[in-house]
Design a protein around this ligand. Structure first.
Ligand SMILES: Cc1cc2nc3c(=O)[nH]c(=O)nc-3n(C[C@H](O)[C@H](O)[C@H](O)COP(=O)(O)O)c2cc1C
Length: 279
């Protein structure tokens, strides 16, 4: 049996406690016991600030989020019919605000239906465009092993059932907008929550803020066992972006549209080896 590595945090010699030491030193000694507390996945999501005779205990949420990084995955399947807790929605809104982005959560069924219609319209517009089809096909090519997207969405799955090695050429050649739109409509109306990330401006700084807000949203939800997938089509189709903005009553510019819910843990998509990326 392999011995677990020794961890010095557990070897506290109480005789080292100095009753004549200053209060700050005494408190620091006491904290050696505080850090032995258990935590979910042993993430130890805390930080202590010692200032004179005062100890402030802070939640170090980034540690929990760090733990969520290898577990996060995009889930393009249907989600469970289970509401996303309001407290989690508030936490996501706060996380977006901390990055300078607006997070708008949409649980209302009538608005979700309106957005589903917009997504459907955008699917049709995108798939009519041969350049869009060519680009999409190139990224879901079955020969790709270190990058690209798995052909796993419900719309794609129907295709895969037909022709696994041909999926790229089918997408490239045929306008599948109708099938994709129908699949997305079902996914959207069946998702408990849609979430839009918006920014005040639409420049490089705003895109960075939106990306950072996205990362926080994805990690916070992953930490709660909740997953997400993307429905950016009405943002990508320029003529529908303002319609989306009006439908959501947004002051800012919509940058990303996601659906959020509890889904099956999907396999990870590949990543390129570090040696190829770091020089
Ligand atoms: C900014 C951004 C936009 C994305 N847009 C889409 C999208 O429109 N449709 C989609 O299916 N996936 C979209 N994705 C998901 C990526 O395809 C996915 O993150 C990638 O395949 C890696 O898979 P993983 O998230 O499971 O690790 C987007 C991801 C990011 C970061």
């Amino acid at each position: 049996m392999n011995a677990l590595p020794q961890n010095s945090a557990w070897s506290i010699d109480e005789h080292q406690f100095d009753p004549n030491a200053g209060i700050e030193e005494k408190l620091r000694f006491a904290l050696r016991y505080a850090v032995l507390a258990p935590s979910n996945h042993n993430t130890q999501p805390w930080h202590f600030i010692v200032d004179g005779d005062r100890v402030t205990l802070c939640a170090d949420r980034m540690r929990a989020l760090f733990d969520a990084m290898p577990r996060r995955v995009t889930t393009r399947e249907t989600f469970a019919d289970e509401p996303v807790p309001v407290e989690l929605q508030l936490r996501l809104e706060e996380a977006g605000a901390a990055e300078g982005a607006d997070i708008v959560c949409v649980g209302n069924a009538a608005i979700r239906e309106r957005l589903a219609t917009l997504i459907t319209e955008a699917d049709h517009a995108q798939f009519k465009n041969p350049r869009f089809r060519r680009e999409l096909a190139s990224w879901i090519h079955p020969k790709r092993s270190q990058d690209g997207m798995p052909a796993l969405s419900p719309g794609m799955r129907a295709l895969l059932d037909l022709a696994v090695p041909l999926v790229g050429s089918v997408i490239r050649t045929f306008d599948l907008g109708g099938g994709m739109a129908a699949a997305h409509h079902t996914l959207v109306t069946g998702s408990p929550l849609l979430l839009c990330i918006a920014t005040g401006a639409d420049d490089a700084a705003a895109w960075l803020a939106a990306g950072q807000a996205l990362e926080r949203v994805l990690l916070i939800t992953a930490d709660e066992g909740i997953t997400a997938s993307y429905l950016n089509q009405p943002i990508e189709v320029a003529s529908l972006r303002d319609t989306l903005r009006a439908a959501l009553n947004l002051d800012g510019v919509p940058q990303l549209l996601l659906r959020i819910g509890r889904g099956r843990q999907m396999p990870h998509s590949p990543r390129r080896p570090l040696a190829e990326i770091v020089s």
